[in-house]
Design a protein around this ligand. Structure first.
Ligand code: FAD
Length: 415
């Protein structure tokens, strides 16, 4: 075997794990046959994968969905492979030397930093929401503690403010409302005996930007049915929590509201602080060739962008699962070409193209029902509940972490 090349994946969530398992299952064996030695490094600041999809229900009460069910050790997902072929690094990517082709990782165990040279690099560090209860901010323990803190407060709350009109805000408000207030009976639009005043504030003039106006109106009706009021055109400017645990939010209209519980669920920030500015767009997303899913050419050869941190992504699993086969195929093409020893080392023939969809596709559970669409076709509430609201799809966690999700060779492609 030749010198060992490092295949480094930053981020061990849906996107990073999808690429890492594709590499070990479908790409590395082909390189092994050519006598080329590769080692996979998966780097994540959290030791555990977080199924954030389930957090809107989990934050409400452990009796509905215990936090423990949302977290799984990332390293356990690789146990079926030869231990010589991979390393899980628990640490935070702090900087990236593009010229030197090295990333610097701050190790989570306090041992300082590790510099990791790479032959190929995959950026899959995703995005974060304002609250660690709904996304990873550092290690998973922070997210788990944040969920458990809300579990302690919500059952006795008589006032709850949720900020954000996207799916996370709508689902969370729906779960809180349903848990505290129950649901409206037949021929009623609101619960008869609500226990708490639950308010969803959004700076937009409609809920759920991905879905149509009709479905947004349907969402408000369903929120009302679990005792949630929606206030449009207002954003939370700041919030202060006092010693009693009550939070006062200052709103963009100048008002101040106080509630037992405040849950910020608006907007996302890309986790790309380690990347140089010239490789990011104005919002901090990594500039990506939207057809090949390689990073901008200025990032150098064999650098790829997977999942939500890329400027090509619409976010969500639909976009992710469409991108993974494209990434795996083009990575395999590049590495086999590089292994061929040809002077230009360019793969022959066209790259596998990514064709992202802009169709109206989203499923948003709201209490015992929900709204949604697939390719512009309305999903009835009971189907949204069946597909997602029943258990927030936690059955997908094992196959995401152990790689069964990409068990079939996703690099097989005919032009
Ligand atoms: C509350 C919530 C509910 C959602 N519900 C749905 C849904 O129902 N359907 C759907 O399709 N999509 C949903 N999504 C979106 C979906 O979760 C994302 O599209 C998906 O997780 C993106 O995967 P990713 O791997 O790109 O990034 P992420 O899941 O964001 O993961 C990024 C990973 O990178 C790590 N990381 C970040 N920075 C660094 C660093 N500097 N160094 C090392 N590691 C780092 C993080 O710890 C994390 O593990 C939801 C998102 C949220 C927040």
């Amino acid at each position: 075997m030749s010198e060992t090349h490092n295949f480094v994946v930053l981020g061990g969530s849906g996107a990073g794990l999808g690429v890492a398992h594709s590499f070990l299952k479908h790409i590395k064996p082909e390189l092994d046959k050519l006598g080329k030695a590769y080692h996979l490094y998966v780097v994540d600041r959290s030791s555990h994968f977080f199924w954030s999809t389930g957090s809107p229900r989990s934050v409400v009460s452990a009796t509905l969905l215990p936090a423990d069910e949302l977290f799984t050790p990332i390293a356990d997902g690789f146990k079926s492979y030869d231990s010589e072929s991979y390393t899980f690094v628990h640490g935070t990517a702090e900087s990236w030397d593009v010229e030197g082709r090295v990333v610097t990782i701050r190790l989570s165990d306090g041992r300082g930093v590790q510099t990791l040279p790479y032959y190929a690099l995959v950026l899959a560090t995703g995005v974060r929401t304002p609250s660690p209860a709904t996304s990873i901010h550092d290690d998973y323990a922070t997210s788990k503690a944040s969920i458990e803190d809300l579990n302690r407060k919500i059952p006795s709350a008589t006032s709850v403010i949720v900020a954000g009109g996207g799916p996370t805000g709508v689902e969370t408000a729906g779960e809180v409302g349903h848990f505290l207030n129950g649901s409206a009976g037949w021929f009623r639009s609101r619960p008869s005996n609500p226990k708490a005043k639950v308010t969803l504030v959004t700076k937009g003039d409609k809920l759920l930007p991905v879905l149509s106006e009709a479905r947004a109106i349907e969402a408000e009706t369903l929120l009302n049915r679990v005792g949630v009021d929606v206030v449009y055109g207002v954003s939370v400017v700041s919030s202060v929590t006092d010693a009693d645990g009550k939070t006062t939010v200052s709103l963009s209209n100048g008002e101040e509201w106080t509630a037992d519980v405040y849950i910020p669920a608006w907007g996302t920030t890309p986790n790309s602080e380690y990347a140089p500015a010239h490789l990011k767009n104005d919002q901090g997303y990594i500039k990506t060739n939207g057809t090949t899913l390689r990073a901008d050419a200025a990032a150098g050869p064999r650098v790829y962008v997977a999942g939500d941190v890329g400027d090509y992504s619409r976010g969500g699993f639909h976009s992710l699962y469409t991108a993974l086969p494209v990434l795996a195929t083009n990575i395999k093409r590049d590495l086999l070409a590089a292994a061929s020893g040809r002077p230009d080392a360019k793969p022959e023939g066209p790259d596998r193209p990514f064709t992202g969809s802009t169709a109206e596709t989203q499923a948003v559970p709201i209490g015992p029902s929900g709204v949604g669409a697939v390719n512009g076709w309305r999903l009835p509430g009971f189907l949204v509940w069946l597909a997602k609201g029943r258990n927030y799809m936690i059955g997908n966690i094992p196959m995401t972490v152990n790689g069964d999700m990409v068990r079939r060779d996703n690099t097989v492609w005919k032009q």
